[in-house]
Write a protein that binds this ligand. Structure first.
Ligand SMILES: *[C@@H]1O[C@H](CO)[C@@H](O)[C@H](O)[C@H]1NC(C)=O
Ligand SMILES: *[C@@H]1O[C@H](CO)[C@@H](O)[C@H](O)[C@H]1NC(C)=O
Ligand SMILES: *[C@@H]1O[C@H](CO)[C@@H](O)[C@H](O)[C@H]1NC(C)=O
Ligand SMILES: *[C@@H]1O[C@H](CO)[C@@H](O)[C@H](O)[C@H]1NC(C)=O
Ligand SMILES: *[C@@H]1O[C@H](CO)[C@@H](O)[C@H](O)[C@H]1NC(C)=O
Ligand SMILES: *[C@@H]1O[C@H](CO)[C@@H](O)[C@H](O)[C@H]1NC(C)=O
Ligand SMILES: *[C@@H]1O[C@H](CO)[C@@H](O)[C@H](O)[C@H]1NC(C)=O
Length: 602
């Protein structure tokens, strides 16, 4: 096919660049997702309920009085991009103070985001913060003309210390509305609380949570924006000098040029083919977390695909794993407390290896304090951080080629801390491996990426006589993304896609609290076609199958659900081995475990 130069360049871009329909960026961007046009058929039809498959959150055994629910914020997000977050004063619900006054304690706190939207809109990333500490990182569902509703519930019990104090809620959801992208997100944010009759065990929740995020006022979220491979975003923090345990909980999401980082080819391929606007730097990324000059941990993130990602029709109504409730990552920094207990400020920083614009990262520093002493002391005993091992094997000819990337990393640190509860030694380690194969065929119009991230971490805490806590987490994130572009004419093209992604997670812990175990296997397989014209999906079909299987000492949950063309076509679930019957389940998680006949009304 003989094409004029400008024309062939455009086709080239469509072939390689627009295979993945990007989404969830903070700013309008050339790869931005098409919103969907199919459903403008019957505006009086009922709204579709979108959902992320997850096990329901249930109050623990022995809890009572609940839920006591409080509306935290109610708002509409229209022209909110580049504006200050929506804020509301937070006052601890009266029932919380009342339970504490009676000697009780918080058994469960759930933050519920419930929203509706109608029209056409991009998927938007958003965050919810309380007093600067992030409580939820999420992506909106993409609406349709007949309207959608969805809700997200996150267990926020670990933020008990924050929930007990007055503060400020902030929600940033950068949305833009015009004559094409009409969707306005209407949102209620509600807190649901359950209580125990007895006070909490000493070690359960942190006494203090220090945000490692940007402070208001801002015309943005409170996350840091890491924009390139050399960008280190940091905050100076000083911690109380009677801290005896510290865990950093990291929130991560990736957008724009790095939304599909795991599919990015190396720069050499881009340069050789003059694809100057295709995002590159290869397919490996790692978030590196530093305290002062020391790497204290890393995050090899789960590949969340947002609700407009690859083909938006794949994620309606079953959304991608993690897209409504992005995973967070814990890094135990107790071994480093020795140097942090000097009362001085220390730099907590985040960078991303090979990053392209943009990564939104922040963290909550969970601190446990010695209530019987003003001062704890400690010291690092051993620290081992060999350099990242990263290998890229590239071979390409023109637009076809194969890139095989592998990486591994190990981090471990041991330190002691002496408090009035004794002298304890803490070891924290992380071990990661990564494999990625990225293959372009058919003159660059077909791309197949197969990736596996394997992450192990563990915490061992012992005093002079016994092991107090031993906890290990093993996560495997498999991913396969196939996209084939065809029929490119001008601003139109067709795309077939196949996406498989999953989280396999085993947790085991033992110590004073007893023995806990869980095993999660959560896998999605989605395939679809779409025709895109001027950045809008004009026709297409998506179907998704998900199997979620959780077995743990705290119960179990199983769901096998399939959707096609916006409709649930089969749905089987079982939680009969859980301690509580479904009928005593919590009302806020009703969208997650409702019977199939209800979903079939969609
Ligand atoms: C491959 O694609 C490029 C860019 O679209 C085009 O110039 C070239 O002719 C194509 N080659 C073949 C063999 O189709
Ligand atoms: C629109 O949807 C409503 C509710 O589902 C239905 O009663 C009505 O017949 C539909 N109208 C058309 C024109 O399809
Ligand atoms: C928010 O709450 C109000 C009052 O209960 C209700 O009318 C509205 O439908 C809710 N909106 C959403 C999106 O849940
Ligand atoms: C990387 O990003 C930082 C922060 O935006 C900026 O100051 C710096 O100039 C950038 N570096 C490069 C090489 O682009
Ligand atoms: C890339 O651009 C350079 C300079 O404009 C040109 O010499 C080269 O042939 C181009 N390569 C391809 C693969 O189009
Ligand atoms: C991806 O790679 C893994 C391991 O190499 C392999 O077992 C799996 O079959 C591959 N997946 C696909 C869809 O090719
Ligand atoms: C998808 O469902 C709509 C009705 O909701 C129907 O009009 C359309 O034909 C279906 N598409 C396919 C490919 O089945």
């Amino acid at each position: 096919m003989a094409l004029p130069t400008a024309w062939s360049h455009l086709v080239l871009l469509l072939a390689v660049l627009l295979q993945l329909v990007a989404s969830a960026a903070s700013v309008p961007h050339r790869h931005r997702l098409p919103a969907h046009r199919l459903a403008s058929l019957n505006a009086s039809a009922p709204p579709t309920t979108y959902f992320e498959v997850d096990r329901p959150i249930r109050p623990p055994q022995g809890s009572f009085e609940g839920p006591c629910s409080a509306l935290l914020l109610s708002s509409s997000f229209g022209a909110t991009y580049g504006k200050p977050p929506v804020t509301a004063a937070y006052a601890p619900p009266a029932c919380l103070a009342a339970a504490r006054a009676r000697g009780g304690s918080l058994a469960l706190a759930v933050l519920e985001w419930s929203a509706d939207c109608r029209g056409r809109q991009f998927d938007r990333i958003f965050g919810v913060w309380i007093s600067g500490a992030e409580l939820l990182r999420s992506c909106t569902a993409e609406p349709r003309a007949t309207g959608i509703v969805w809700s997200v519930s996150r267990d926020v019990t670990r933020y008990a210390a924050l929930l007990a104090e007055p503060g400020e809620i902030a929600v940033y959801l950068g949305n833009l509305v015009d004559s094409t992208y009409t969707g306005i997100y209407n949102v209620n944010l509600t807190l649901h609380l359950y209580f125990h009759a007895a006070p909490p065990p000493l070690t359960q929740q942190a006494d203090l949570i220090v945000p490692v995020s940007r402070s208001l006022p801002l015309n943005d979220g409170q996350w840091f924006a890491v924009q390139n491979a050399t960008d280190l975003e940091s905050k100076k923090i000083s911690i109380p000098s009677n801290t005896y345990r510290a865990v950093l909980e990291v929130f991560v999401s990736f957008h724009s040029n790095d939304e599909f980082w795991y599919t990015n080819p190396p720069n050499e391929y881009i340069e050789a083919n003059n694809l100057s606007s295709v995002p590159g730097n290869g397919a490996f990324r790692e978030v590196v977390v530093k305290v002062d000059q020391d790497i204290v941990g890393a995050v090899w993130p789960f590949t969340v695909i947002y609700t407009g990602g690859v083909n938006p029709l794949l994620w309606r109504p079953i959304t991608g794993i993690g897209s409504f409730n992005l995973p967070t990552y814990d890094i135990d920094i107790t071994p480093f407390l020795g140097k942090l207990l000097d009362g001085k400020e220390h730099d907590f920083g985040f960078s991303v290896t090979n990053a392209l614009d943009v990564w939104y990262i922040d963290a909550n520093l969970h601190l446990w304090l010695d209530h019987k002493s003003e001062k704890t002391i400690g010291s690092l005993i051993s620290y081992d951080v060999p350099a990242l091992v990263l290998n890229v094997d590239s071979g390409f000819s023109g637009l076809d080629g194969k890139f095989v990337t592998s990486a591994s990393r190990h981090i471990s640190a041991t330190g002691w801390v002496k408090s009035s509860y004794g002298e304890v030694t803490t070891t924290f380690y992380q071990t990661f491996t990564y494999d990625n194969s990225n293959m372009y065929t058919k003159n660059g119009t077909v791309q197949a990426v197969n990736q596996t991230i394997d992450a192990k971490s563990g915490v061992f805490v012992k005093d002079t006589s016994a092991v107090l806590l031993s906890e290990e987490v093993h996560e495997v994130f498999p991913l396969y993304v196939y996209t084939g572009t065809s029929d490119q004419v001008g601003d139109e093209y067709s795309l077939v896609s196949l996406v498989k992604l999953g989280i396999n997670e085993k947790r085991i812990s033992g110590g004073k609290h007893g023995f806990l175990y869980s095993n999660l296997r959560n896998a999605q397989s989605a395939r679809g076609t779409m025709k895109v014209k001027k950045n809008l999906v004009v026709s297409g079909l998506g179907q998704t199958h998900q199997v979620y299987k959780y077995v743990g000492t705290d119960g179990c949950y199983f769901r096998d659900v399939s959707s096609k063309n916006y409709t649930i076509i089969s749905d089987n679930f079982d939680d009969s081995c859980s301690k509580r019957s479904p009928s005593s389940g919590v009302k806020f998680s009703s969208n997650k475990d409702q019977p199939a006949r209800k979903l079939l009304k969609l």
